[in-house]
Design a protein around this ligand. Sequence first.
Ligand SMILES: O=C(O)C(=O)C[C@]1(C(=O)O)C=C[C@@H](O)C=C1
Length: 356
Amino acid sequence: MEDTKIDALRGRIDEINQGLLDLLSERAQIVQEIGFEKEKQGVPKFDPMREKSMLDALVIRNTGPFEDDTIRHLFKQIFQASLSLQQTEHKKQLLVSRKRQQADTIIQLGSAAIGGSKPVMIAGPCSVESYKQVRAVAAALKSAGVTVMRGGAFKPRTSPYDFQGLGLEGLQILKEVADEFGLQTISEIVDPAHIETAGQYIDVIQIGARNMHNFELLKAAGEVRMPILLKRGLSATIDEFLHAAEYILSRGNTQVMLIERGIRTYERATRNTLDISAVPILKQESHLPVLVDVTHSTGRKDIFAPCAKAALAAGADGIMVEVHPNPPTALSDAQQQLTIEEFNQFYAAIQRSGLL
Ligand SMILES: O=C(O)C(=O)C[C@]1(C(=O)O)C=C[C@@H](O)C=C1
């Protein structure tokens, strides 16, 4: 007898659930429309004042049996779900989003197609120190078959007393050596005023981890029509990283490569923590090429090779590593740069793995 009563009540609850679901879905569609409108007008999605006035109106009309606080809590959940619906829609609209562009972006750098079917190796000294030093690395890369060289001319360092780079002279050295060996070059630019002129000397502008949130620099990088290598900020979430890339694409420069370089965590066994999961997530969420910098993420030569293999196995489009003819004398990152011989061994090990 009792069971029949519960069954009947449950039957009514099932009907109410259906009614609530229909209403929630209808509400969600309206929320999406508001979201599109806000997107067009550039208005923030979250509107705490509107939420507060809705909650106040609801508790005034609340006749129980739920407490006012419970009503507030339940509706706050609905608002939160609505907000994240608007944000998911917003993400799909991003130019960097895989939802917006299915096909992989491929960046042609001489003979290397970054983001194409074959991953690439990018190597070079941390800092450009002299013509002789860069030339020695370039010759080694050339004979190993590596065609893209990195080298820092402007060096944003933690301490203002550390070597700050050769600046323009460093870019000139890179150009001279790249022309001689037929290499493509990547170098960091830190000042929006240098973005225009960088194209005369280098093939790819790098925006460093410390500048990932420098929006004026990102905007300037969006104005040029040359490839940009954007490093993930030290404490940047994947979402923030993608939005930084969006700044560049939104200005019309679609040639952007992302590079995971380790994030700051409590772990001290490595210089930073290589966020390997960022690789497949970025590949899923975005059509842009994704590279991994094994030098800065780990800071440990002894684990470069396994970490590079892990990155490639996770879907990375390339690896970046630092090489110096004589690391102990290097003006920056002396501890973590490979000698030319170590680089050759490292590169051979990666090639033997069949991942590159
Ligand atoms: O009214 C809005 O502006 C909405 O975006 C809708 C809505 C809601 O779910 O009612 C969603 C998020 C905002 O924080 C406020 C309200």
